[in-house]
Design a protein around this ligand. Structure first.
Ligand code: TMP
Length: 223
């Protein structure tokens, strides 16, 4: 049977991807499908230290875009080898809250770093570990901003201008046009229930093994 899929979620802050990651996990849990959730930057002990450095450490105020790029890639290369590949190889589905498309868009488009170098570093960081499907939750900047206003301190990336987030949105849309086979763009302004259903329907069509695997697991637990 085909292995379970590697699914990534992308979009700007406030697009609702973390909610959808949790909702998908709840569906898989109910079906008895084994899964792993990851987030970027972070996910491993090394990655979480890098996340703190990238987002909150006082010394990160003067971080150059080049350093930022390398830190995101460092976090990712650890995550892929320590968690994602072993999980897929052991028969789990992997749900990632951000992966290399974030770097393509935030560092390559919004920060305007050399896109070729970004592409090469992404490839170096992930090796052959490429998502089977990516859900891009597309929302306009105003909606995203309003959802970001939570009672917590904004991280370094969230302090960027609206212009930066317009570039992020455009970058994601362009990427989705180029990679239609892998990236599915979802209208993120819909209700969380509608987004969840759209995502689930697509997953069942593309990866029927999600259900057959769970049927087998359910049968095992019944016997
Ligand atoms: P979030 O996952 O809570 O949205 O926060 C991660 C932040 O880091 C977000 O602002 C996007 C940014 N980011 C990049 O700029 N490049 C990357 O490669 C990744 C994974 C995240």
């Amino acid at each position: 049977m085909a292995r379970l899929p590697f699914i990534t979620f992308e979009g700007s802050e406030g697009c609702g991807k973390s909610t959808q990651v949790q909702r998908l996990a709840a569906r898989l849990e109910k079906l008895g499908v084994p899964f792993l959730i990851t987030r970027e930057p972070g996910g491993t002990a090394i990655g979480e230290s890098i996340r703190e450095l990238l987002q909150f450490a006082p010394q990160s105020a003067g971080m150059t875009p080049e350093t930022e790029l390398l830190l995101f890639e460092a976090s990712r290369s650890q995550l892929v080898r320590e968690l994602i590949k072993p999980a897929l190889e052991s028969g789990k589905c992997v749900i990632a809250d951000r992966f290399f498309d974030s770097t393509t868009v935030y560092q390559g488009v919004a920060r305007k770093l050399d896109r070729n170098i970004v592409r090469q570093l992404n490839a170096f960081a992930v090796g052959d570990c490429v998502p089977d499907v990516t859900f891009l939750l597309d929302v306009d900047v105003k909606t995203a901003r309003s959802r970001m206003q939570q009672p917590r301190r904004p991280d370094r990336m969230e302090q960027q201008s609206d212009e930066f987030y317009e570039k992020v949105r455009d970058g994601y849309q362009e990427l989705a046009r180029w990679q239609r086979d892998r990236i599915v763009m979802i209208e993120g302004w819909q209700s969380p229930d509608d987004v969840e259903k759209e995502i689930w329907d697509i997953l069942l069509t593309r990866f029927p093994q999600l259900v057959s695997k769970s049927e087998i697991n359910n049968q095992k637990s019944e016997t």
